[in-house]
Ligand binder design. Structure first.
Ligand code: 1CP
Length: 336
């Protein structure tokens, strides 16, 4: 087992080079993935343990990243909660009908979350039998999951969500409570199945003003974390450079930083114990190998010999990323 990733998560990587994996490392930038996607639609991929296992391993076999991430999605739990989910080409996820403040969302309580998502846990068990690197499980944070349920899919402005929580904070809080309980069940089942670490994504928490960030994002990531069995946890949100202190106060093993963050500044203000993950701008991977090397080296120099640093992107890898640039990044981190 390559434990560089787990060593960095516990602040004990003395090897001189950081572990490396990418956000959304299994995906459309890989021709192997595109070939599998031609044969199966996305929901079939997400629901079939053998296909989950195959896709999870693609980037490990092709590039040798230091950790694998279960090929799944933060929105599959919405099906377990009784919503209808589909993914439309060139549009993204659609939840139809979406959730409104008038709906009786007590119907979301008492669902068999773990029973509905068995295919995820079966894939984790399969992967653990053969993987040679640590396996990361994940879920969306309650706030980000709520935005998809309320907006009915991807949204940039989150107008319906914001109207709901500004006008009716109590009922919004009740909704987040229900989603937190379901998320805890899903993550504990992933831990039971054998994942080595958990990442919680609050991708849209950047739309929140500071008081609401605390009330709806930070407090609910905290609530989820407190419900989990022992396992290293990494928290991510867009806006993590703005809210790094609030995230660190929840006391996860690691936080994943967006590309706006100044890593040395955040390291000196948070202290050396917490693992920092990040933060190359994914757009840099659209340039050229020499630019990728220059920008990656800048980060490597900044974090040189930091025993609690993991090299990653500041957000998900883009589908149009040229493979040569991913290869240049890997060589740069490996040879540092
Ligand atoms: O290697 C991996 O990381 C793959 C596993 C993975 C993860 C960790 C996928 C597969 N999705 C996710 C997390 C996820 N899904 C997040 C949180 C991380 C982030 O902020 O990027 C979010 C917000 C989603 C929701 C989602 N899933 C969207 C909408 C994004 C938006 O802007 O609103 C979309 C398009 C998906 C589909 C999806 N999920 C995963 C992949 C590889 C894809 C695209 C697949 C394809 O089109 O073939």
């Amino acid at each position: 087992m390559n434990n560089l990733a787990l060593q960095a998560l516990s602040g004990k990587n003395r090897s001189g080079r950081p572990p490396l994996w990418l956000m959304r490392q299994a995906g459309r930038y890989m021709h192997e993935y595109q070939a599998i996607r031609k044969r199966h639609d996305l929901l079939t991929l997400f629901r079939t343990p053998e296909l989950i296992t195959e896709v999870t391993k693609l980037p490990i076999d092709a590039f040798g990243f230091d950790a694998a991430i279960v090929f799944s999605d933060i929105l599959l739990i919405s099906e377990a909660l009784g919503f209808t989910l589909r993914f439309e080409e060139a549009v993204g996820p659609i939840i139809d009908p979406p959730l409104s403040p008038e709906a009786d969302f007590t119907q979301l309580v008492g669902r068999d979350i773990v029973g509905s998502l068995q295919y995820v846990y079966e894939a984790i068990r399969q992967l653990k039998r053969t993987l040679t690197v640590p396996l990361i499980g994940f879920a969306g944070a309650p706030f980000t999951l709520a935005t998809y349920l309320i907006e009915g899919g991807s949204s940039r402005l989150m107008r319906k969500t914001k109207r709901w929580f500004f006008q009716e904070p109590e009922s919004f809080t009740r909704l987040l409570d229900i989603l937190a309980m379901a998320t805890i069940e899903h993550l504990n089942a992933q831990i039971d199945a054998g994942v080595d670490a958990i990442q919680i994504f609050d991708s849209w928490a950047n739309v929140l003003p500071a008081p609401q960030f605390q009330a709806f994002a930070a407090n609910f990531m905290d609530k989820v974390m407190k419900g989990l069995k022992p396992c290293p946890i990494i928290l991510f949100c867009r806006g993590s450079s703005l809210y790094a202190h609030e995230l660190a106060a929840i006391k996860p093993q690691g936080i994943s930083l967006d590309w706006q963050a100044d890593l040395p500044k955040i390291r000196s203000s948070l202290g050396k114990d917490i693992c920092l993950q990040g933060n190359l701008d994914p757009d840099i991977l659209l340039t050229s190998p020499s630019v990728v090397r220059k920008e990656a080296l800048r980060i490597m120099e900044q974090m040189r010999d930091d025993p609690a640093f993991i090299f990653n992107l500041g957000h998900g890898i883009l589908p149009e990323t040229p493979r040569a640039n991913v290869e240049a990044l890997i060589a740069c981190v490996r040879d540092f």
